[in-house]
Design a protein around this ligand. Structure first.
Ligand code: AMP
Ligand code: GLY
Length: 423
């Protein structure tokens, strides 16, 4: 089989490494991939948002199956476009990807179908939003409606901060059109859990839970990033919480999407907060998370392509999806300064024995050399019987990888360890 994977980050590298394990896979193309992914797939310089380019490439290269991983092409209709040429795909169509593409859509869906989430209001004009803030409690959460590279959420600790956030989104267009509409919502507290789930619109199969570390600095300080590391499973996601989530969130969401005529097929990401009133949805993503995928897929025992094709063909109930009974930890090595300004172009050195544990995100080829080319450069994942030893092993690996200006958090998994010890 010839497979095409759209995207070029650590998540896509993890997906490609897993797909390669299927003996029927002859060739994998990554569009655009990156310098590190080039070791596992043929990278083609077509951008993930170039829908016409992707379809044209797929048709000309006899692609049998396409996996569309990032949010942008999904929301832009890459799956619809590929399917119209008869190419089977993993990922939701645009009318279902809207669950991530519009926060107002997601919030209204949850309200209509009684799915637990923070209370909220949607605003299409700046004046009414500002007026509402006069009486809204603080902290308050301001969210741009559309995609904003994971930066469209501002937690404001005062009315002034909240008003400044609204103005930057709606008047100054900090996130372009994504901020034409905003959601203002109640601030919730509690541990966060990421649950990625396979679904074919009928059956929903949650994968092993995980915990992201979104802030740039140790102790959850500093700016929000795409994610600085992950562990799986997440200790806050107990059996009781899992069963409550299935009944009150996962199944109702799948049903709600069907009722709206927007059947979701692919990987649905539930960003959850375990509040005192039970689990609530913080966000939906229409795709695998990054870097959650880098801990979840290494723990997957079942063949990934088999599951994906069952999702596409609407027979997920026929596959027994199994995960290792183990712990995984992924530490992201970034360029110093990320998520703000950082330099690129430094040579990356990775010992050969670590290559199968490294997922490359922001790197390019310069002749034979691999050089840094992004904020999040790579992630290293280790699996072990205990969380503590997975963390120790991941950090031991990190110390063997080098590039100038490398930065990584030193406390990935620390909160999870405290939770396990009941602290
Ligand atoms: P999102 O991009 O929607 O995942 O939001 C980014 C981060 O903002 C989340 O991971 C949470 O830590 C935080 N956040 C979002 N919504 C809320 C909320 N209603 N209450 C508290 N924190 C939130
Ligand atoms: N790690 C968060 C995300 O993928 O959106």
């Amino acid at each position: 089989m010839n497979i095409l994977v759209v995207g070029g980050g650590g998540r896509e590298h993890a997906i490609i490494k897993k797909l390669k394990q299927n003996p029927d896979v002859q060739k994998i193309y990554a569009l655009p991939g990156n310098g590190g992914i080039a070791a596992d797939a043929q990278c083609v310089n077509i951008g993930a948002k170039d829908i016409d380019g992707i379809v044209d490439f797929a048709v000309k290269n006899a692609i049998d199956y396409a996996v569309v991983a990032p949010d942008d092409p999904l929301v832009l209709g890459a799956v619809d476009a590929l399917e119209s040429k008869g190419i089977a795909c993993f990922g939701p169509r645009a009318n279902a990807a809207i669950i991530e593409g519009s926060k107002a859509f997601a919030k209204n869906l949850m309200k209509k179908y009684g799915i637990p989430t923070a209370k909220y209001e949607v605003f299409n004009d700046c004046d009414s939003a500002l007026k509402y803030l006069d009486t809204a409690p603080v902290p308050t959460v301001i969210k741009a409606d559309g995609l904003a590279l994971g930066k469209g959420v501002i937690i404001a600790n005062s009315k002034d901060e909240a008003k400044a956030a609204v103005k930057s989104m709606m008047q100054d267009k900090a996130f372009g059109k994504s901020g034409d509409c905003i959601v203002i919502e109640e601030f919730l507290t509690g541990p966060e859990v990421s649950v990625l789930a396979f679904t074919d619109g009928k059956t929903v199969v949650p994968m092993v839970s995980s915990m992201d570390h979104k802030r740039a600095l140790d102790g959850d300080m500093g700016l929000n990033t795409g994610g600085m590391g992950t562990v799986a499973p997440n200790p806050y996601y107990t059996k009781e919480v899992a069963s409550e989530c299935m009944q009150k969130i996962f199944l109702p969401t799948i049903k709600a999407m069907n009722s709206e005529g927007r059947t979701f097929k692919g990987c649905l990401y539930f960003g959850l907060m375990i509040t005192e009133d039970g689990p609530k949805v913080i966000e939906y993503n229409c795709r695998f998370g990054d870097p959650e995928t880098q801990v979840v897929l290494p723990l997957l025992k079942t063949d990934l392509l088999t599951i994906m094709r069952a999702v596409t063909e609407g027979r997920l109930d026929s596959v027994n999806v199994e995960f290792e009974d183990a712990h995984a930890c992924c530490v992201i090595m970034a360029s110093k300064g990320y998520p703000s300004h950082y330099e690129k172009g430094f040579e990356i050195s990775i010992p050969d024995e670590l290559l199968n544990k490294v997922y490359v995100a922001g790197a390019a080829k310069d002749g034979d050399r691999l050089i840094t080319n992004g904020g999040r450069v790579l992630g290293v994942t280790e699996i072990s019987d205990t969380l503590a030893s997975a963390i120790d092993k991941a950090y031991a690996d990190v110390r063997k990888i080098s590039f100038e200006n490398a930065y990584y958090r030193k406390d990935i998994g620390k909160r999870a360890i405290c939770a396990t010890e009941g602290k």
